[in-house]
Write a protein that binds this ligand. Sequence first.
Ligand SMILES: [Fe+2]
Ligand SMILES: [Fe+2]
Length: 131
Amino acid sequence: MALITWTKEAYGTNVAVADEQHQELFRLLNGLHETVAGGDRAAIGKQLDGLIDYVVMHFQTEEKLMQEKAYPDFAAHKAEHDKLVGTCADLQKKFHAGEAEVNQDTTRFVKDWLDTHIPKVDKPYAPCLNG
Ligand SMILES: [Fe+2]
Ligand SMILES: [Fe+2]
């Protein structure tokens, strides 16, 4: 079963590009979640890198849009992004050095982060970004 399923009700932001990227993000996260269950370390590493690359690209997309519209909560929003990217970069480095493993606690952590961030932090940017 998928770890996380995108629905408009729960995760729709009313910003098309964000909704599209969130859906792809969920797809990549579900893929990693399935792969960690299989335990193939090389495959896990590949998917981890792919997910993190996509997260970074997504955050850059949102940050560019917020800056273009001079979104008042830009700094706080970016700080949340930066914190997650820092956590991910640290884990990625340790994983590839053989000093840490990626398991379903990891994918659940990312799911919980998205579960909070998208409804509480992303959704509020819609009126400004669509304005
Ligand atoms: Fe987002
Ligand atoms: Fe965001």
